[in-house]
Ligand binder design. Structure first.
Ligand code: AMP
Ligand code: FES
Ligand code: ZN
Ligand code: ZN
Length: 362
């Protein structure tokens, strides 16, 4: 198996271990906790080392537990997996198929230069090699814009237009394909970092909604995160053990964002005290989420249909003078507003937006 340098870095431990871990000479020095065969990875939060076989067993069990505890999926349910071409989403697709779910993928071409071209390639090759179905949606071809252009046109950070576009298109793809549920590759590191940010601000609305399952209704598919009990490093190891080639690079537009800073901070805590990240997030779900349930808005008030695309939206329209229908603003969803602004804007190359971000000129 060819292991690329960056992929190996992802397996680097978050603390200086006394025993060498993967790849190194761990095999010669440490043994799998379960079968005593040479270990390929050490997982300090489990206080154990694992061989490839038993690492896979651990990942399967953690996903099964998440699915069961949070009632994510029915046995054999048809699932649409949002696949970015990165390790987490390819791993969750692989795991769901492995566990017997009928899982198809959807990839959204965001037009972030070479990064997107390569990411789409990884997703497509994964599907082709396994005979799986991958739906592909290209923002530029189908909606006349890409994320760098949307960032400029809307004068917002790229992740904002990107997130709105992805959420809308996941919902649409699920609706059009008759999938009741969309699975994403958010892992324990992602969720802990978001929780950390929400806690620093004591953002009760966001905290109340930070759950591994968002129930569906007649308008929206259920959203599930089957990897919430597994870390980034475990997912990188899963991919390597399973021979899954994936996009190793981070999105160039996300470089330096707050979320990555929170991850680094939590990694520093984890390095001193293994298991902290999991208890921070999983104990939040056990102990705090039920208390916050009261502040969760269950009824989405003012939900109507977008007059452009027909999608359900909380955006309001307005009536004209004197309450007449003439001269009022139409009800237009956030996605259609991005399309409206961005498709009319001349295409902006990714380099321009990333350079300006790094130079803090935006
Ligand atoms: P991110 O928002 O980049 O942290 O990604 C979170 C999750 O969203 C990933 O694990 C995927 O499940 C999904 N995702 C991200 N980018 C894409 C994409 N371009 N196409 C489809 N799904 C994506
Ligand atoms: Fe959305 Fe990078 S993937 S801005
Ligand atoms: Zn073993
Ligand atoms: Zn719309």
């Amino acid at each position: 198996m060819v292991l690329r340098a960056k992929a190996m870095e992802e397996l680097a431990p978050t603390e200086p271990f006394k025993r060498p871990a993967w790849p190194g000479n761990a095999a010669a020095m440490s043994k799998c906790k379960v079968c005593k065969a040479p270990a390929i990875i050490d997982l300090p939060r489990h206080n154990a080392n694992f061989c490839g076989e038993h690492l896979q067993q651990l990942c399967r069990r953690q996903v099964e537990k998440a699915i069961k505890d949070f009632r994510m999926l029915e046995p054999g349910e048809r699932v649409l997996v949002a696949v970015s071409g990165g390790k987490d989403s390819l791993a969750v697709w692989d795991l769901l198929v492995d566990l017997g779910y009928q899982a198809d993928g959807v990839y959204i071409g965001l037009g972030i230069g070479e990064y997107s071209d390569e990411s789409g390639g990884y997703a497509q090759r994964f599907a082709d090699e396994r005979g799986l179905t991958l739906h592909t949606i290209d923002l530029r071809d189908e909606y006349g814009y890409d994320v760098p252009t949307a960032a400029k046109a809307t004068r917002r950070v790229p992740c904002s237009a990107c997130g709105t576009s992805k959420r809308h298109l996941f919902d649409r793809a699920a609706h059009d394909g008759g999938y009741a549920v969309v699975a994403t590759g958010h892992n324990l590191d992602d969720e802990a970092a978001v929780l950390f940010g929400n806690t620093l601000r004591w953002d009760i609305d966001y905290l109340a909604r930070q759950l591994p399952v968002l129930p569906g209704d007649e308008h929206f598919p259920r959203k599930v995160k089957p990897l919430v009990r597994l870390t980034e490093r475990e997912m990188a190891a899963w991919c390597i053990v399973r021979g899954i080639d994936y996009q190793v690079e981070e999105c160039p537009m996300a470089a330096g964002n707050r979320h990555l800073g929170y991850k680094e901070t939590l990694n520093a805590v984890e390095a001193r005290s293994p298991g902290s990240k999991a208890s921070f997030y999983l104990n939040f779900l056990d102990n705090m989420a039920p208390i916050l349930a009261e502040s969760r808005q269950t009824v989405v008030e003012g939900l109507g249909l977008c007059e452009r695309c027909g999608a359900p939206t909380t955006a309001g329209g307005s009536t004209g003078p004197g309450g007449s229908t003439e001269g009022g603003a139409p009800r237009v969803c956030a996605f259609c507003r991005i399309v409206e602004k961005s498709a009319a804007h001349e295409p902006v190359p990714v380099e321009l937006v990333t350079t300006q971000r790094n130079g803090r000129r935006r």
